[in-house]
Design a protein around this ligand. Structure first.
Ligand SMILES: Cc1cc2nc3c(=O)[nH]c(=O)nc-3n(C[C@H](O)[C@H](O)[C@H](O)COP(=O)(O)OP(=O)(O)OC[C@H]3O[C@@H](n4cnc5c(N)ncnc54)[C@H](O)[C@@H]3O)c2cc1C
Length: 748
């Protein structure tokens, strides 16, 4: 490691060495965290790939850097061999600034000279071309436009508000916030299937604020009315309502080219044609935006399948959505729910609560459904839960209720030893205990078949079976997208999250299906937060996007073109595309992955505050027992079915999970944990929390021996602009940012 410091004769040589080592360690840590490369003197003579004949001095010096025209200054250690270019590179990477705009000025006597990139950095430099040691988000000429004030629109506004950016405007057709899903699609009986903790719209440590703390005092599985109330509450708490225009439709979107006629450049804009929908509304408004966040609202149309003979059926044939369910006719009837998605499972609960005699779930293939406690376990888990553990957690409920062996469902592909599993199913899991209980009671029966035709109160199935005495049919056969969304964006395909491949028009919906080997969530909270943070980061630092683009991002993103025959517009993507898009995008920029650094810790702490282990178990058992009480009152003579999960089992899950993930996770929040802190805003020179630990230092040592050595060994280091090789490509992409690179000759 670098040589000891100058000797202090008042201390013993051993103390002197220890002090020097500690000091060197602190400096190395700081330099590594700043993105400066460490030179190990051992490499000098053994070469280790370092160009022969080059001499590098590995002793340390302190550099004081001032920002021209400001009071900001920073003192940091460097090695003597650190050059101007090395520091510029670190600054550019940390602050996401344009490398060609920086100048380092050194005062020599009564003159000021510009340092060349290849020189050793001076002890005192003034840097020109920086505004601050904190990264500065790009200032766009027009606001961000958000289409939709449902879950995702509100969350986008909240994330902007939290970052101090109020240049945002949102439009929604509804008269209140909350979105199509909960205002229109949900029934008055609909309840959140996942727990509130995994769903609340202020999910994420970064979003927790005075009013919206870890969610407590809300129902664990709230009804529609409470969910709508929570949206309004959050919108008020964050002060975002003034940015939302309700009762209006974004009817048209024009892309306005820049002065040179390009619709691709940073100076192009979007013109939203906003038509008022309320009676007082006058003409159309035209609103210019610099980027568009589009949340068309999942899928908005029922898949309509008509069966021969429906006119003879003589009962009710409905969709079970948007309160079209004939609630007053559900008691003492036999009902057929067609389909097996989450909505079908939810409809079974409604039918059972309204006193039906029997519900048939008629489905081509039986989907996996999740009992409440495994769902809760996934949502509290700090890192993803292996699929095999999830299936094992399902088992006690499946066994008790005669639901089948979860390992044998079509959605499951497992290794023979059942250590590795992939779960892939076309619909989301229905989540809840009541469907299982209803199966155990014989109140609900899964019929794996399809409807051929219908006669009076009878469904004739293709497999030959007849379901007789059925007076209500709820067709939960899935939802379809709306081609109007593709038309609004004038797009034929989605490229990753980008409408028509335009990175400034991003779109998100509830992607269809489930696909996982390890699972982070069954709910909207975490995914929505991460997705919005990722795209906001790119809007805030567009150069980061252009670097990713130059490295081939767009060519590698998955695409989805409209599939007319399947009635599937381009914007309706499945979960596989969503996952691939996320992973590919993040792989192009490690800064994106860092945005979610706190999520695991937040999940665990928030969940064990909002839904502690004993409380969720007690509530699940109480609800399980309540259904049985209710059914008894309705005349059921079925014997009591005990709840299949116990505290001991849950403790066992934590043991298994801890083994699988490699660190202990306690079933109860350990007492005395220091509060989870949001890290301070990043700035150049800052050492992240935990960087001084032995583990972190060992990791730094490892990267010095590999990456740093490799860096010092690069022959390209001899070229002053090796770090900015892609200049031509880079500057042409960011022309719109009005960056004019200084002539290279200047700094040579
Ligand atoms: C009954 C039900 C139960 C659910 N249960 C769960 C659960 O238990 N856990 C879970 O995590 N998730 C659940 N979900 C899913 C979750 O609620 C959704 O992921 C989320 O609400 C989607 O929000 P969104 O903002 O994308 O869309 P939406 O809520 O549909 O909002 C979109 C909004 O955009 C507006 N809009 C669209 N186009 C325009 C335009 N051109 N001009 C103006 N406005 C426009 C619409 O008016 C709408 O208000 C459930 C959904 C439903 C329907």
């Amino acid at each position: 490691r670098p040589a000891a410091m100058a000797a202090d004769r008042s201390r013993s040589p051993t103390t002197e060495l220890a002090v020097a080592q500690t000091s060197a360690r602190e400096k190395i840590t700081r330099m590594a965290c700043m993105g400066l490369h460490i030179f190990n003197p051992e490499w000098q003579n053994t070469h280790g790939g370092v160009p022969r004949g080059k001499q590098f001095s590995a002793s340390f010096k302190d550099v004081t850097m001032k920002i021209y025209g400001t009071d900001e200054q920073l003192t940091f250690p460097v090695q003597t061999c650190t050059r101007v270019l090395d520091v510029k590179e670190a600054l550019c990477s940390a602050l996401m600034v344009d490398p060609f705009t920086l100048e380092f000025l050194e005062k020599r006597g009564c003159t000021v000279r510009k340092q060349r990139d290849t020189e050793e950095i001076a002890r005192t430099v003034t840097v020109k071309g920086l505004v601050s040691f904190k990264p500065q988000p790009h200032k766009w000429p027009h606001p961000a436009g958000v289409i939709g004030a449902g879950y995702n629109g509100l969350k986008t506004l909240m994330i902007y508000a939290k970052s101090g950016n109020s240049d945002i405007v949102c439009f929604d057709r509804n008269a209140q916030v909350g979105g199509y899903c909960w205002i229109t699609a949900a029934n008055k009986t609909s309840k959140l299937q996942t727990e509130f903790g995994s769903f609340h719209v202020w999910w994420g440590q970064e979003l927790v604020q005075e009013n919206c703390g870890y969610p407590q005092g809300w129902s664990t599985w709230p009804h529609k009315a409470e969910i709508l109330r929570h949206f309004q509450y959050a919108a008020e708490a964050y002060g975002i309502l003034p940015h939302i225009r309700l009762n209006c439709n974004v009817a048209k979107l024009d892309i306005l080219p820049d002065a040179a006629g390009s619709t691709d450049s940073m100076d192009s804009q979007y013109l939203l044609h906003v038509a008022p929908l309320d009676k007082q509304g006058e003409g159309e408004d035209l609103v210019k935006c610099s980027m568009v966040w589009s949340y068309p609202g999942s899928m908005t149309k029922n898949r309509i399948v008509d069966y021969p003979g429906e006119e003879e059926f003589g009962g009710e044939i409905r969709y079970g959505m948007g309160d079209d369910c004939p609630y007053d006719k559900l008691a003492k009837t036999n009902i057929a729910v067609l389909g097996n998605g989450a909505f079908a499972v939810e409809n079974v609960r409604t039918c059972c609560e309204y006193g039906c005699d029997k519900v048939y779930i008629v489905t081509r293939r039986k989907n996996l459904a999740a009992p409440r406690l495994p769902c809760w376990f996934v949502h509290q888990a700090p890192v993803p839960v292996p699929g095999r553990l999830v299936l094992d957690m399902f088992k006690p409920m499946y066994d008790l209720c005669g639901f089948g062996d979860p390992w044998t469902f079509y959605a499951v592909t497992a290794s023979t030893n059942r250590q590795h599993v992939q779960i892939s199913q076309a619909s989301r899991f229905g989540i809840g205990d009541v469907t299982f209980l209803a199966v155990a009671y014989g109140k609900c029966e899964y019929v794996e078949d399809t409807v051929k035709r219908v006669t009076r109160h009878t469904l004739h199935l293709n497999g030959g079976r007849k379901l007789e005495g059925v007076t209500i049919v709820l067709k939960s056969l899935g939802l379809l997208g709306d081609f109007a969304v593709d038309r609004l964006h004038r797009m034929k395909k989605m490229v990753g999250d980008f409408c028509g491949g335009d990175w400034r028009r991003v779109l998100a919906i509830d992607d269809t299906g489930m696909h996982f080997a390890n699972i982070t969530t069954f709910s909207t909270g975490i995914g929505s937060k991460g997705w919005i943070q990722m795209h906001k980061f790119l809007f805030d630092w567009p150069k980061e996007f252009f670097k990713m683009k130059a490295a081939g991002l767009m060519e590698n993103l998955p695409t989805h073109e409209a599939e007319e025959k399947l009635d599937k517009p381009a914007y309706v993507k499945d979960v596989k595309m969503k996952q691939a898009t996320g992973m590919i995008t993040v792989s192009y920029n490690p800064k994106l992955a860092a945005l979610n650094a706190l999520d695991g810790d937040y999940k665990y702490r928030m969940y064990h505050t909002a839904h502690p282990t004993d409380a969720i178990l007690a509530e699940s058992i109480a609800s399980w027992n309540q259904y049985q009480e209710d059914w008894k009152k309705l005349g059921s003579t079925h014997e009591y079915v005990p709840y299949p999960y116990t505290r001991e089992m849950i403790d066992g899950w934590f043991g298994e999970y801890s083994k699988a993930v490699g660190f202990p996770v306690a079933p109860d929040l350990p007492a005395g944990l220091p509060p989870l802190q949001v890290p301070p805003e990043p700035s150049f020179g800052q050492v992240p929390l935990g960087a001084e630990t032995d583990e972190a230092f060992a990791a730094i040592g490892h990267s010095i021996d590999s990456e740093h050595l490799q860096w010092w060994s690069m022959p390209a280091r001899s070229s002053p602009h090796h770090a900015f090789r892609r200049k031509d490509q880079y500057t042409s992409e960011i022309d719109g940012l009005a960056v004019s690179p200084p002539a290279l000759a200047d700094s040579r």
